[in-house]
Design a protein around this ligand. Structure first.
Ligand code: GTP
Length: 470
C-alpha cells in the first residue's frame, strides 16, 4: 500500500474552500470528542474528579472512552497534517481494534467483565456490542486513511457507509424506543453520550473522506456538490418521518424494532444513491468543464483554465506551506516556420512542444497553452528543482531536433518566477514576472544571434547555437 503523507490521495476536482470548511469540522468534532472522552477517563482514573463530573458520566465505560479518544487524536493528526509515524498510527488503530475486538468476543462468549471491577464500583470495561462494532469499523478506516488507490479508497468508503448505517440504526432504536434491537449484554448499555461521541467521530471521518472516493462529492464545486450538501439532511430525515407517520397511522402493522430498522435502512440506501448519482453527475460536469477549459490543438489547459486552477493551486500551496514555481515559455520562430514550411507544420511544432512539457511535468502540475505560441507551467515544487527540470527539457528538445525525420527546429525562450508560501502576491503578478524574464532572455538571444531582429532558429536544418541559461 503506497502512502502520501503530504496531501493524501486527493481528488484533483476538490474545491479547496470546501475542503477548508470540512477540515474545520473535522477538527471541531475531534476536539469535542477529546474533551468528552478525556473528562470521562479522568473521572474513571481519579475518583475525586469523578464526583465533579455531571451525573451519568460513568455510563460511558472507560474502554469506550479510551478507544474514542485514540480515534479522535488520530483524526486531529490527519486534519492538521501532523504526520505521525506509520508505527504510531498502527499502534493507535491496533489498540482500538483490540479493545473493540475484546468487547465483541466478550459479548459473544456471554461474559464481558473479564478485567475486573472499577475504582468507583462500576465496571469500566463494558462496551456495548454495537459500539464495539462501530469502533472496529472506525479504527480500520483510520488505519487505511492515507492509503492510495482504488481498493483502499473503496474499502474506506464501505467502512464509512457501514458506520453510517449502524449509527442510523442506533439513532432509530432510540427514536422509536426500540433499544431491544441492541440488547444490553452483561451490564453494558448504549447511552446518549456514547451515541453523541460516535456521531462526532463519524462526522470527523466524513469530513476527511471528502478528499477522495464516494464522499469526495462533499467538497466538489458545481451543482452536484451543492445538491449533496443541501440534500443529505433531507435524505436522512425523510425516511424517519415517513416511518414515524406510518407507525402512527397503523400502529399494529409495524413493531418499533421493524420501524427503526426500516428507517435506518431506507436512509442509508437513499444516502448511498444520492452519493452515487451525485458522483455520476459530478463526473459529467467535470467532463464538460474539461472540454471548456482545454486547448483543442494540444489538449493542455487554456488560459482561462490556467488562471482559475492556478488560483486554486495557489491557495492549496499556501495551505500546505509549499512554494509555487511558474515557468513561462514562448516558442521561437513560429511565424517563420508558418511562412516557410506551412501552417500545419507550425501547428505540429506547437503540439510537439506541448507533448514535451506534458511528459516532463506531473499530473498535479498545471500545464497550459496560454494562446498562440505561449505556454505556462505552474508547479508545487521547490525553486531549487527548477534547474533540473529545465536541463531535462533542454536535453529532450535537443534530442527531438536531432531526429533524422525532424523537418523543423523546436526552440523556445523561458522565464521563471517563484512564490514562497508566506508571500501574498497574486498569480497575475507571478505570471508578469515570469513573462518579463522570458522576454528579457528572448531579447538577449536575438542580440546574441546578431541583433537583426531575425527569429533565432532557422525554420529547418541545424540547431542554432543558444546562449547558456542564466
Ligand atoms: N501554425 C500555427 N500558428 C499559430 C497558431 N496560433 C498562433 N500561430 C501563429 O504563431 C505566430 C506567433 O508569432 P510571434 O508571436 O511573432 O512568434 P514567433 O514567430 O515565434 O516570434 P518570437 O516569439 O518573437 O520568437 C503568429 O504568426 C500566429 O499566427 C496555431 O495554432 N498554429
Amino acid at each position: 500500500m503506497s502512502e502520501d503523507d503530504t496531501n493524501g490521495a486527493m481528488d484533483p476536482r476538490t474545491d479547496v474552500a470546501w475542503l477548508e470548511r470540512l477540515s474545520g469540522l473535522q477538527v471541531a468534532a475531534s476536539v469535542m470528542v477529546v474533551i468528552l472522552t478525556g473528562s470521562v477517563l479522568l473521572g474513571w482514573g481519579i475518583a475525586p474528579l469523578g464526583r465533579w463530573l455531571p451525573t451519568g458520566w460513568a455510563l460511558m465505560p472507560a474502554t469506550t472512552a479510551a478507544a474514542c479518544l485514540l480515534l479522535a487524536l488520530g483524526q486531529l493528526g490527519l486534519a492538521r497534517r501532523i504526520v505521525a509515524p506509520r508505527s504510531a498510527r498502527c499502534l493507535g488503530g491496533g489498540i482500538v481494534l483490540g479493545l473493540a475486538g475484546l468487547a465483541l468476543v466478550g459479548h459473544l462468549a456471554g461474559r464481558i467483565s473479564f478485567v475486573g471491577e472499577s475504582l468507583l464500583g462500576m465496571d469500566p470495561v463494558h462496551m456495548a456490542w454495537p459500539v464495539a462494532g462501530h469502533l472496529m469499523l472506525a479504527s480500520l478506516a483510520l488505519l487505511l486513511a492515507r492509503a492510495r488507490g482504488r481498493v483502499p479508497t473503496g474499502l474506506r468508503d464501505g467502512l464509512l457507509v457501514a458506520q453510517l448505517a449502524l449509527l442510523l440504526a442506533l439513532g432509530g432504536a432510540r427514536l422509536f424506543d426500540a433499544l431491544g434491537l441492541f440488547p444490553p449484554a452483561a451490564g453494558s448499555s448504549l447511552t446518549l453520550p456514547t451515541l453523541v461521541v460516535l456521531l462526532l467521530l463519524t462526522l470527523a471521518q466524513l469530513a476527511f473522506h471528502a478528499r477522495a472516493g464516494l464522499f469526495s462529492l462533499l467538497a466538489m464545486p458545481g451543482r452536484a456538490g451543492r445538491l449533496l450538501r443541501r440534500g443529505w439532511p433531507a435524505v436522512v430525515v425523510l425516511p424517519f418521518l415517513v416511518v414515524t407517520l406510518a407507525s402512527r397511522l397503523a400502529p399494529a402493522s409495524l413493531s418499533s424494532s421493524a420501524a427503526a430498522l426500516m428507517a435506518a435502512l431506507l436512509a442509508t440506501l437513499l444516502l448511498v444513491m444520492l452519493l452515487w448519482m451525485g458522483g455520476w453527475n459530478g463526473r459529467l460536469e467535470a467532463r464538460l468543464r474539461e472540454l471548456s477549459l482545454s486547448d483543442p490543438l494540444t489538449g493542455l489547459y487554456n488560459r482561462h483554465a490556467f488562471e482559475a486552477l492556478g488560483e486554486q493551486l495557489r491557495r492549496l500551496a499556501r495551505r500546505e506551506c509549499e512554494s509555487l514555481s511558474l515557468l513561462y515559455f514562448d516558442l521561437d520562430g513560429l511565424k517563420r516556420i508558418n511562412d516557410e514550411l506551412g501552417y500545419e507544420t507550425g501547428s505540429r511544432l506547437i503540439a510537439d512542444f506541448a507533448g514535451l512539457l506534458a511528459s516532463h511535468t506531473r499530473e498535479s502540475d498545471i500545464v497550459a497553452r496560454l494562446g498562440g505560441d505561449e505556454f505556462a507551467v505552474l508547479m508545487r515544487i521547490h525553486p531549487e528543482h527548477l534547474t533540473g527540470l529545465l536541463t531535462r527539457l533542454e536535453g529532450e528538445r535537443q534530442a527531438l531536433n536531432a531526429r533524422p525525420e525532424q523537418s523543423f527546429v523546436i526552440d523556445y525562450s523561458q522565464g521563471e518566477a517563484v512564490i514562497a508560501p508566506d508571500e501574498t502576491g497574486a498569480l497575475s503578478a507571478l505570471m508578469a514576472q515570469a513573462e518579463s524574464r522570458m522576454l528579457a532572455r528572448k531579447a538577449r538571444k536575438r542580440a546574441w544571434a546578431g541583433g537583426t531582429g531575425v527569429p533565432v532558429p532557422p525554420a529547418s536544418g541545424l540547431n542554432p547555437p543558444r546562449p547558456a541559461h542564466d
